[in-house]
Write a protein that binds this ligand. Sequence first.
Ligand code: NAI
Ligand code: AKG
Length: 425
Amino acid sequence: MVAENGTEKTNQVEKNDVLKSTQTVIHKALEKLGYPEEVYELLKEPLRMMTVKIPVKMDDGSTKIFTGYRAQHNDAVGPTKGGIRFHPGVTETEVKALSIWMSLKCGIVDLPYGGGKGGIICDPRDMSFRELERLSRGYVRAISQIVGPTKDIPAPDVFTNSQIMAWMMDEYSRIDEFNSPGFITGKPLVLGGSHGRESATAKGVTICIREAAKKKGIQIEGARVVVQGFGNAGSFLSKFMHDAGAKVIGISDAYGALYDPNGLDIDYLLDRRDSFGTVTKLFNNTITNKELLELDCDILVPAAIENQITAENAHNIRATIVVEAANGPTTLEATEILTERGILLVPDVLASAGGVTVSYFEWVQNNQGYYWSEEEVEEKLEKILVKSFKNIYDTAQTRRVDMRLAAYMVGVRKMAEASRFRGWI
Ligand SMILES: NC(=O)C1=CN([C@@H]2O[C@H](COP(=O)(O)OP(=O)(O)OC[C@H]3O[C@@H](n4cnc5c(N)ncnc54)[C@H](O)[C@@H]3O)[C@@H](O)[C@H]2O)C=CC1
Ligand SMILES: O=C(O)CCC(=O)C(=O)O
């Protein structure tokens, strides 16, 4: 496992905490809403969890057996939906937690879906293009019985992209003996992808930053922004903030971080990064991810992986607003510390919901065979996220809770109600 700067280590205990802490907040949210204990019993784990072994012929002639997962948290509202992660640190508990977060996101932005998530333990940075294609196709064959356009619809996540979605869609279409663009979202445009999906997660984060900045009296123009992660979410976000006149003073990837108090040249960095969001390897004068998170700034955006802001560094965070583009970057203890310190934390299940929202638009377009312009997509996304931010901010104020608990209260309600009407509880 890569460990250049100490951030790539996989810690099973922390990974377990991701599920436990999610369960803790769900429990609190259900209590606040007055639901009985059996609702928590139903929602605390995914309804279905599939573990698969995927044999892949490697380029050197050997066969490697990969382990993959697909979790389907709750399908009372509709088919499950959520990305697929290719990362060496993937664990079963992480995938379970990620599927629960997807349910919450879909509830928050009011999509007709429940949450799902997938992952494969692998390091795509060490694999060839053809090995990745064989792995992607093998995974789809292995999970094909439980997924499909009306059952569970995957999408991209860490270290997966539109090319991987294309291979997966092609493999599913062969199994289904039917062209099935609605099986997966985040596809290339020529295969039924949607305008705006690639940048959707970052667009959603940008809208949340703008709304949060208004609450804190921060002007975006000239604001100092730090972004951890320079992949799909982090790089588009850096570009949007840069274009809006903010000063992006720090960015990072898995190998280190770059800092310039006068603002980094984001266009240059975008041009030089690779398809895994790696750019810092090109520079000598890097800082660590730990140092990056503790930089003096107005807006901090963790956009990489889980458990980055913890009880250990929460006291040292010097941002006014923290907006979680990544899933689960802040532990519960750290959430409490930041809240006590008056830092406004916009939680992952709201801030990163732009991706699944435009994935839903992609699926709708695939189902109707009629495609929308980028302007239409952006207009619809803007309306949904502004409304969701307001709903959660207002809930936090009126119920005197932090925005994470408010978001869980909003997110959990629809699936609890749908489960009740179906007679499951
Ligand atoms: N792609 C999407 O549509 C969505 C992504 N997210 C979340 O956003 C986060 C980033 O996802 P993407 O940008 O899609 O992934 P990506 O694969 O495009 O980029 C990941 C970035 O994180 C960095 N990274 C990986 N491991 C790291 C580590 N141990 N320490 C520091 N940096 C590390 C990589 O170097 C890269 O810059 C994840 O938490 C993901 O679940 C959330 C919603 C939607
Ligand atoms: O686009 C989607 O369907 C899901 C994106 C995702 O995996 C996430 O929001 O974490």
